[in-house]
Design a protein around this ligand. Structure first.
Ligand SMILES: Nc1nc2c(c(=O)[nH]1)N[C@H]1C(S)=C(S)[C@@H](COP(=O)(O)OP(=O)(O)OC[C@H]3O[C@@H](n4cnc5c(=O)[nH]c(N)nc54)[C@H](O)[C@@H]3O)O[C@H]1N2
Ligand SMILES: Nc1nc2c(c(=O)[nH]1)N[C@H]1C(S)=C(S)[C@@H](COP(=O)(O)OP(=O)(O)OC[C@H]3O[C@@H](n4cnc5c(=O)[nH]c(N)nc54)[C@H](O)[C@@H]3O)O[C@H]1N2
Ligand code: SF4
Ligand SMILES: [Mo]
Length: 692
């Protein structure tokens, strides 16, 4: 941080939040106004990297369509009201609802984690509602829960620990920068000579650089993971000492995977037996290897089981918590992700009412309600009616399966409050719309596996507030003050006390890098109940789930159909940024990627409009011919909406989730299937009308 110069210029350090990456940023200010953003070379995470989305932050900050004041619905319109009136009204409606129908009938919602997730959970737990809705079941949580239940914590690839081999499995990390360690760390490890294996149905920047690319059938990774376990065990490519001392259930696992020989796995995955052997051999015989598992694995019904198998691969091969392997996250003693939610405040009776808890006990253990169950409660009033939604940053019909049902569920609520930067299709449905600031407008503690860093409030747009400030305002009005603080500064001081900082001293100090601490299990074992890695999990069996990871192949593809998958866009962030001209010009239209052979057979040319139809519904995309997928696979752009349009056309026309449906009941996690949906294609003339 530099003090202002005589010409009014100064520099401040902060952390970008245009995506998950958490890159360090130098914010140049002039007379108190932000003039430029640059990558911060001193950031332990990003070392100066700053991408095209980060550079769009100033356009987002100043965008004319930003919400600037609280709005209250009056008929079809929203009219401005004051913050005090807005928060008084919300608190009154929440209080009445809880008094009459019980706290569980109030659902809190948020989208992908934006560094305030623990605030939403604290608010829910102190209100007494077990129902927090989020996309965890298709995002991070199949992996979080697979890892926690198998080895007692959450692992990250140790790119700085010189892995010999890196397996990129259903991840596009160079473009998506998932999970707090940006893709640059991976790129640097590759530059230093790490070998690369990619498992992905679609050619990516990474697959082109890989020594082995397995172009797997979408949704079949679970079979491949079981096949790798089989080969590791049969070929003796496992660490026998580790297995003996630190795992439970090895004999049962060996028996379980016996039938997943390369021939059978090849038939299930559209790979060859040689490819399966080559993968297991490369992984099993590498000295140091890590596996980066992405949402390509978590967005189908086998996701949780696949990710359990992958954690077991890490354990058997001796890479768990080892240098260059998959290292367990060592949290700093801030009051953050783990403790801040006050999960212990929620009574067992209220926990038992979590929506979806019976069908999806693993998701429920992680604290999330299942979205399908939430829509049932809203629409069918089963097992109890839900009539109130408090949404802290999620664009629900764009991101959840069966968009039509989601939209219908939101349309019938008694009270819906949505906090957002823009008037999204979700906010349009809300009774109360509260304007929030972008990352440049917030004081926040950014807690990642590799570092802890301050994000700084350096601008104010209109009357925007942060979600944390909104929660503080509501908590005070609802009589929950004893669990909260009079202002955000006091809350941040409290969170940092465990590491001897105040918010002021932490801002001055800047990022704290966290060095990995290897093989923590050597003193005291793993943080599972038995202290060992659970290859077989008896507790899961008691919950009605599989003790060993299973693979369900699903129905055959009907003739004339394609397997539809999707991948996140490098220019957007989920459903965000379609209004930012600088990014939109790079990707003006939602695309369906089709192999040229398949397109030719259907008379579809580059740029043609295509109606994509599934058993659940239909949506329209512009054709992009792409040789990097097989002729039986298509990819659609997810979470697309048209901010420049109104009404149903805006959110329905090119919404991938018009094509997706209810999650399957098996497996305990309830991951919706976004990545292996049977669809048909048809060339159409472009239709701009509202009709579907
Ligand atoms: N078909 C299909 N569906 C998918 C996916 C897919 O790949 N395919 N991906 C899934 C995944 S992994 C995820 S995580 C979800 C994403 O789900 P969401 O996180 O709900 O994604 P967004 O649609 O971007 O919604 C975020 C909304 O919050 C607003 N916002 C941004 N920052 C803030 C903030 O700080 N506070 C508040 N209050 N609002 C803010 C944005 O303007 C936007 O309207 O989508 C899931 N849905
Ligand atoms: N630029 C940008 N960055 C983002 C986001 C964004 O929308 N845009 N979203 C953020 C969010 S919420 C998340 S969760 C992360 C997600 O980040 P990633 O996990 O990297 O997710 P995707 O890029 O959607 O998908 C990863 C890869 O999975 C492949 N894939 C699809 N189906 C299958 C399959 O069945 N098997 C296998 N093996 N692979 C498959 C796709 O081809 C793709 O290359 O990114 C975050 N970062
Ligand atoms: S990778 Fe993500 S965090 Fe880093 S500069 Fe780009 S948008 Fe910002
Ligand atoms: Mo996500």
């Amino acid at each position: 941080m530099t003090p202002p110069r005589a010409d009014g210029a100064s520099e401040q350090r902060s952390v970008c939040r245009m995506c998950h990456g958490g890159c360090g940023v130098i914010v140049q200010m002039h007379d108190g106004v932000i003039s430029e953003l640059k990558g911060d070379p001193s950031s332990p995470a990003s070392e100066g990297f700053f991408c095209v989305k980060g550079k769009a932050s100033l356009e987002l900050l100043q965008h004319p369509a930003r919400l600037r004041e609280p709005l209250l619905r009056r008929g079809e319109r929203h009219i401005p009201i004051s913050w005090d009136d807005a928060l008084d009204l919300a608190a009154q409606r929440i209080g009445e609802q809880i008094a009459r129908h019980g706290p569980e009938t109030v659902v809190l919602s948020q989208g992908t984690d934006r560094n305030y997730q623990e605030w939403v959970f604290r608010f829910a737990n102190t209100l007494g509602t077990p129902n927090v809705l989020g996309p965890g079941h298709v995002c991070f949580y199949p992996r979080v829960m697979a890892s926690i239940l198998t080895c007692g914590g959450f692992t990250f690839c140790d790119y700085d620990g010189e892995p010999e081999l890196i397996v990129i499995w259903g991840s596009n990390k160079l473009q998506t920068h998932s999970d707090g360690l940006i893709g640059m760390k991976l790129a640097k490890a590759l530059q230093r000579g790490a070998r690369l294996v990619v498992i992905d149905p679609r050619a990516t920047e990474l697959s082109k650089r890989a020594e082995l690319w397995l172009q797997i059938r979408p949704g079949s990774d679970g079979a491949l993971a079981l096949g790798m376990l089989h080969l590791l065990i049969e070929e003796g490519w496992y660490d026998a000492d580790f297995v003996r001392e630190h795992t439970e259930g090895f004999d049962e696992l060996r028996e379980h995977v016996r039938h997943y020989d390369p021939q059978r796995v090849a038939g299930l995955t559209d790979l060859t037996p040689e490819q399966v052997r080559a993968l297991a051999g490369a992984y099993g015989q590498a000295q140091r290897a890590c596996i980066e598992a992405g949402t390509g694995l978590s967005q189908n019904e086998n996701g949780f089981a696949t990710l359990r198998s992958i954690c077991m691969l890490s354990a058997l091969s001796g890479n768990l918590d080892a240098p260059g392997g998959d290292v367990l996250w060592d949290l700093l003693p801030v009051d953050g992700r783990r403790s801040f939610p006050l999960a212990e405040r929620l009574s067992p009776e209220q926990q038992g009412k979590r929506l979806g808890g019976r069908d999806y006990p693993v998701l429920s253990m992680s604290g999330w309600a299942h979205p399908d169950a939430v829509w049932d409660a809203m629409l069918d009033k089963q097992p109890y009616p839900v009539t109130t939604l408090l949404n802290f940053g999620s664009n629900l019909p764009m991101v959840y399966a069966d968009a039509q049902r989601v939209h219908r569920a939101l349309s019938g609520l008694d009270f819906h409050m949505s906090c957002d930067l823009f008037m999204t299709p979700t906010a349009q449905l809300a009774d109360l719309v509260l304007p929030v600031g972008s990352w440049l407008e917030r004081d926040q503690i950014v807690e990642f596996n590799a570092y802890l860093a301050p994000r700084r409030k350096l601008a104010q747009v209109g009357q925007c507030r942060s979600d944390e400030e909104i929660i503080l305002g509501l908590a005070q009005r609802l009589g929950l003050g004893e669990h909260f603080w009079p202002d955000l500064g006091a809350a941040l001081d409290h969170k940092l006390a465990g590491i001897g900082h105040t918010w002021a001293s932490f801002q001055g100090h800047g990022p704290i890098a966290i060095q990995p601490n290897y093989r923590k299990y050597r003193s005291g074992g793993f943080r599972t109940r038995s202290g060992k890695v659970n290859l077989l999990h008896a507790g899961l069996a008691r919950m009605g789930c599989d003790a060993l990871p299973q693979y369900q192949p699903g129905p055959d593809l009907p003739s004339g159909h394609f397997r539809m998958s999707s991948a996140h866009s490098r220019h957007f962030y989920n459903s965000e940024y379609r209004q930012l001209a600088g990014l939109r010009k790079r990707e003006p239209l939602p695309r369906v990627q089709i192999h040229p052979q398949a397109a030719a057979a259907l008379g579809i040319a580059e740029g043609d409009w295509v109606l994509v139809r599934s058993a659940n519904g239909s949506a329209r995309f512009a054709a992009q011919l792409y040789e990097g997928i097989t002729p039986d696979v298509v990819y659609v752009a997810p979470s697309w909406w048209y901010p420049e349009e109104q009404g149903a056309a805006s959110w329905q026309r090119s919404n991938a989730n018009m094509l997706t449906g209810r999650a399957s009941r098996g497996g305990g996690m309830g991951s919706s299937n976004f990545r292996n949906v049977a669809v048909q294609l048809e060339k159409i003339e472009r239709d701009d009308s509202n009709a579907q």
